[in-house]
Design a protein around this ligand. Structure first.
Ligand SMILES: NC(=O)c1ccc[n+]([C@@H]2O[C@H](COP(=O)([O-])OP(=O)(O)OC[C@H]3O[C@@H](n4cnc5c(N)ncnc54)[C@H](O)[C@@H]3O)[C@@H](O)[C@H]2O)c1
Length: 465
């Protein structure tokens, strides 16, 4: 069965700019009927369908762990896309890739420990890279130089030097590169962007975003398979340029816990929040950052914090505060609160709630401590200047909720956007520059924590200042 959102009619006309009357009207309509406006899958409007058999995109997966397998499941549901090869350095994942996608014979895909074997294959058009962070740069550059378009999982970089190298290679090889913060393609985020630009909450002054968890898996203690050994895991290939140490199954399967392979909660989760912030506000990034945090609970040998808070100044005149807490004592929760001069906009999962409280039209008064005569005289003058509000006409405070249809997948839309770019040769929104601006901003938190200082970044030139 088709996912529900695929059956939604795409919106034909752009939304009119949201003035107060429009907002109130739509809020009233919503109140009269359904309270929540269902969003349509806008990207379907732009999706050029594959036209011929030779229009098929052959995809290879490099890094077939949790995200690589999940991404692939989604990617191959986009019409005209076929998985043909998988590279990974744990044999169990190669074997499972054959179980999942190899067909009855197991041979409908090829598998290898060495991703470089895939580079010479002319039949591979695009690669999906979902290795640990410390391999992103090398694999992405090798693939682009071999003529492949690249879907590169977030964070785009592991260290700052990776950014310019990846951007430059995408430019010189003329390859498509899309980074994997899928929310950038979400219809919920697109609506938030549209409403913010239309002035739904007035002038933006603050964004608070969080991603909290309270479980062992949430804190990256992924299961180590029973057969983990130097025979089944290609340890030297996993290490790459990381410091050479002897085989350690925990590091192989729970790599996020160490800086040598991952970038902590900043690179893992802040980066999604930055991608969302930059997409919705149109900003290129912060100029100044400070962070604090520590390992509060998961004292399991990791060298990255499990609680991290960051504060960021944006040149557009708003502040961003971010929090990741792996010890939150409750359910996993992720979301944004945008605060403006006339209201707030909240994203929670696949819903968006806009609450408007436009500024009062009169300044108000504090006269009760004055003499009765003074109070009377003051109020007469005041009401002459500011007539008493009409309780119906001047009612302030409206709330409007928007939601993605049940079963909506921003990952599907993100892959659809990537494959559209592969076909049209038009760079996607979340290209290498966008990816560096999001990851570069995220890694400021690690830098600030490390230096115990405020750190500076030029979001235009993408350089530490
Ligand atoms: N977009 C998202 O929401 C999202 C969610 C989770 C993870 N991710 C990203 O996806 C990437 C992978 O994360 P994961 O959770 O799937 O990790 P994982 O450990 O489950 O999978 C990583 C896989 O890469 C393989 N690998 C390591 N080095 C390799 C190499 N040189 N060549 C080929 N394969 C290699 C490992 O064997 C492993 O199977 C990370 O960059 C992570 O940040 C993104």
């Amino acid at each position: 069965m088709q996912p529900f959102y695929l059956t939604c009619k795409p919106r034909k006309k752009p939304m009119p700019p949201l003035d107060r009357r429009t907002f109130l009207k739509s809020a009233t309509l919503a109140a009269a009927g359904t309270n929540t406006i269902l969003l349509g899958a806008a990207t379907l409007e732009q999706a050029p369908a594959p036209t011929a058999a030779n229009d098929r995109i052959n995809l290879a997966l490099i890094g077939a762990g949790g995200q690589g397998q999940g991404d692939t499941r989604t990617a191959i549901t986009v019409p005209g896309v076929k998985l043909v090869a998988v590279a990974d350095c744990y044999d169990g994942r190669l074997a499972h890739a054959k179980e999942l996608w190899g067909g009855p014979s197991g041979n409908e895909i090829t598998t290898t420990r060495d991703y470089k074997e895939l580079l010479t294959r002319k039949d591979i058009d695009a690669v999906l890279i979902a290795t640990p962070d410390h391999w992103h740069r090398q694999v992405a550059i090798d693939c682009m130089k071999a003529g492949k378009d690249v879907y590169l999982e977030k964070p785009m970089i592991h260290i700052y030097d990776d950014g310019p190298a990846i951007i430059e290679t995408a430019r010189t090889t003329n390859r498509i590169l899309q980074v994997g913060s899928q929310r950038v393609s979400s219809i919920v985020y697109a609506k938030a962007k549209e409403l913010l630009a239309a002035g739904a909450i007035g002038k933006l002054n603050m964004i608070a975003a969080r991603w909290d968890r309270n479980s062992s898996i949430g804190a990256w203690n992924y299961t180590v398979p029973l057969d983990a050994s130097p025979e089944t895991c290609d340890w030297p290939r996993f290490l790459g340029n990381a410091p050479k140490i002897s085989f350690n199954a925990e590091r192989f399967f729970q790599w996020r816990k160490w800086k040598d392979y991952g970038s902590g909660v900043a690179g893992d989760l802040f980066v999604h929040l930055f991608s969302g912030t930059h997409f919705i506000t149109g900003s290129e990034g912060p100029t100044r950052a400070m962070a604090t945090g520590a390992t509060r609970f998961w004292n399991d040998g990791r060298d990255v914090p499990d609680v991290l808070l960051g504060l960021f100044d944006y040149p557009e005149g708003f502040n961003l505060s971010l929090r990741v807490n792996f010890v939150n004592g409750g359910e996993e929760s992720e979301g944004f609160l945008f605060t403006g001069s006339e209201g707030t906009m909240e994203i929670a999962g696949t819903t968006l709630t806009v609450s408007r409280t436009p500024r009062e039209k009169e300044p108000g008064y504090t006269v009760s401590t004055f003499t009765n005569d003074m109070q009377k005289r003051f109020l007469t003058q005041y009401r002459a200047k500011y007539p008493a509000p009409d309780p119906v006409q001047d009612a302030v405070g409206t709330t409007q909720k928007y939601a993605a249809p049940r079963g909506y997948s921003d990952s599907y839309d993100h892959f659809q956007n990537f494959f559209n770019s592969v076909r049209t040769r038009k760079q996607p929104v979340e290209d290498a520059t966008f990816g560096f601006r999001a990851a570069g901003a995220a890694l400021l938190s690690n830098l600030s924590l490390e230096k115990n200082a405020i750190v500076h970044w030029n979001p235009k030139t993408m350089k530490l200042a």
